[in-house]
Ligand binder design. Structure first.
Ligand code: SD4
Length: 377
């Protein structure tokens, strides 16, 4: 009132001022929405290697069916388990020293950081399904071995099944005939670099001549040969690690693998270790890894990637940094990671081998494969 007495046009001017500002605000919001829509590539599915079918199945689940990120990861990884992707996912691959195939898997829900995982799973083909049962029906995170199998069977998964195939048994007998080379033993007698076990712990005085574990080589990668002579190498990789962002922005990640060929029975790799082979957080993004799990799990590279992105690193720098941290201590390790932030921006980094990862996002009609060259050092 007072304002109107002093300045008669106050009301009119104020209303038009308000109107103009509201209009500007609406324009701003519209522009912001357009920018965000343009910048986000979600929903998105990313998987290690050229696992086209697995990505398609997961992408269909989130994009066509509007399903959850967790279910998409499980569908995608299950597809690879059934297809025995490149022999290193699912039954019939990576026989251990006794010829048996065992499976590792994990699923992580980045909305509530809930995780289920199984390690050294026997007699059950559906490893990622078993991991999901752990996540959804227990307060535990990781079940292993025979007891994990009993748990999965009791909760309805098909089995018990024989996880060996004619091919895996053949690979095992070829390995036996080659004097059990390569293997994962060191500092034992008889010398594990020339023959089979059973092995015993070698005395300190004998160690001068014993083969050393390559993983102790931190300075000279030439000295003990490269990792490609080990069981995880160029011809033997392909664990599936997958990350999915669904329509609601929920992020999940998971892994399924039969591990490393000729592993010592009982060995559990990085696959079911949270933050090692996969990690997800709705607030930030996700990561998947593949490679020499025995070394990589010591660095939790996927946890590192997600935390680096949380601190502001872009996905490419975060992936490179995680690989560099391992390389500094283990110059001859073989491994790779992919990183994806919550907008669906992705990148990969690798060391010791050429890495490929597969992507389908909301803007793509089909799966695209990205190739990442190893870092220079
Ligand atoms: C493992 N990380 O069990 C797996 C093997 C792998 O590419 O990823 N190979 O160590």
């Amino acid at each position: 009132m007072l304002a109107q007495m002093i300045y008669p046009h106050f009301h009119k001017d104020f209303v038009s001022y308000l109107g103009c500002n509201l209009f500007a605000l609406l324009l701003l919001l519209l522009a912001l929405a357009l920018i965000i829509q343009h910048e986000t590539h979600t929903p998105i599915v990313i998987s290690t290697w050229r696992f086209i079918e697995a990505v398609k199945v997961a992408a269909w689940h989130v994009m066509e069916e509007g399903g959850s990120a967790v279910d998409a990861v499980v569908h995608g990884c299950s597809t690879c388990e059934l297809l025995q992707c490149d022999g290193s996912v699912g039954y019939g691959g990576s026989p251990d020293e006794s010829g048996e195939t065992t499976l590792d898997a994990m699923i992580m829900d980045g909305t509530n950081m809930n995780v289920g995982a199984v390690g050294a799973l026997r007699s059950v083909k559906g490893a990622i399904e078993a991991a999901k049962l752990v996540m959804e029906h227990t307060e535990h995170t990781l079940l292993v071995g025979d007891q994990a199998s009993q748990f999965a069977l009791a909760l309805g998964l098909p089995g018990p099944a024989n996880l060996s195939t004619a091919e895996s048994l053949k690979a095992w007998s070829v390995w036996r005939e080659s004097g059990c080379q390569p293997n994962y033993w060191c500092n034992v007698v008889p010398d594990s670099s020339v023959g089979c076990g059973p092995y015993r712990v070698s005395h300190l005085s004998q160690r001068m001549t014993d083969n050393k574990c390559e993983i102790f080589d931190r300075t000279d990668s030439e000295q003990f040969g490269s990792s490609s002579s080990k069981a995880v190498g160029f011809q033997n990789h392909d664990t599936i690690s997958m990350a999915v962002i669904d329509k609601r922005g929920r992020i999940a990640a998971g892994t399924s693998t039969n591990g490393a060929s000729h592993k010592i029975p009982g060995r559990v790799g990085d696959g079911p270790i949270v933050g090692a082979a996969a990690y997800a957080d709705d607030d930030v993004g996700a990561c998947g890894a593949t490679g020499d799990g025995d070394v990589m799990m010591r660095f939790l590279p996927c946890y590192q990637v997600v935390e680096s992105m949380r601190q502001g690193m872009d996905p490419a720098s975060a992936a490179k940094d995680a690989i560099a941290r391992i390389r500094r201590k283990y110059p001859s390790f073989i491994g790779a990671v992919f990183a994806v932030n919550r907008l669906g921006v992705h990148a990969g980094a690798c060391h010791g081998w050429l890495f490929q990862y597969s992507v389908q996002d909301a803007t793509m009609n089909d799966v695209q494969v990205f190739t990442v060259h190893p870092d220079a050092q």
